[in-house]
Design a protein around this ligand. Structure first.
Ligand SMILES: [Zn+2]
Ligand SMILES: [Zn+2]
Length: 246
């Protein structure tokens, strides 16, 4: 049966070839992203184990100065790319032009890295929690980009997604509109968790981490609800503090 289904898949691929979301050319990889564009994605090679800010190549499994001063409420952050071109284009078009195919490709890239590198021979979290959007923002956008990125990951890794227990009840100004000092205050008390995560190992998914204030506040709320271990997965990390959304 497997051979038969592979055969049909090959025929289907022939009729419906993959098209690269960046250059529009036919992709020879089994993904809507061609080899040439895949190669130029700005991958983070070495970063702080807690917050994923980049570190010099010479520091292996290091911790940045900020995390040394104060441990964050999550146990690890895995960030795949720098928030630089062309990742910026993919994420902005996903959020503001409803290019949901970008979420699928980014989710597939994350799933691949999770399986092949980050969790090779390590236990995976029990389930995935996308950082929630406020209902007003969800209505305006029509979807939660973090949930859309989580979907292919959950499918590939056979994990569940939880979108019922966590809520964002405070409508905050976009983080990019706030000064560095205001950002922390802006998201304080923004989230609530109903139910509990007693002794669970969970993965929180965010599209982009800028200063980390949003994900920190969300993880604090999750820890208070009993989560034992929180791993943060994100597509892109802003490398130095500047304006952004997270
Ligand atoms: Zn391409
Ligand atoms: Zn750090």
């Amino acid at each position: 049966m497997k051979t038969k289904s592979n055969y049909f898949k090959k025929i289907l691929d022939w009729f419906l070839p993959y098209t690269c979301i960046l250059c529009g050319q036919t992709s020879q990889r089994n993904q809507d992203l061609c080899s040439a564009c895949y190669q130029i994605l700005p991958m983070i090679r070495n970063s702080c184990i807690y917050c994923a800010i980049s570190l010099p190549e010479s520091i292996i499994e290091g911790v940045c100065g900020q995390c040394l001063q104060k441990s964050p409420p999550f146990d690890v952050t895995h960030a795949l790319y720098f928030y630089q071109s062309p990742i910026t284009k993919l994420i902005l078009e996903l959020k503001f032009n409803q290019k949901l195919i970008h979420a699928r490709v980014l989710g597939e890239l994350l799933a691949d890295q999770i399986q092949q590198v980050w969790y090779k021979n390590k236990p995976l979290p029990t389930f995935i929690i996308p950082v929630p959007l406020h209902p007003a923002r969800l209505k305006e956008r029509g979807f939660n980009q973090s949930l859309e990125i989580a979907r292919p990951i959950a499918k590939i890794l056979n994990l569940s997604i939880d979108i019922t227990q966590c809520h964002r009840h405070k409508l905050t100004a976009p983080q990019s509109a706030c000064s560095a000092a205001e950002r922390k205050k802006n998201v304080k008390g923004a989230f609530s968790v109903i139910g509990h995560f007693a002794e669970q190992h969970v993965a929180v998914i965010d599209d982009v981490i800028t200063t980390g204030n949003t994900v920190t506040e969300f993880c604090k709320t999750l820890k208070r609800s009993g989560a034992r271990k929180i791993d943060v997965w994100c597509c892109a990390r802003v490398d130095r503090l500047f304006s952004g959304d997270g």
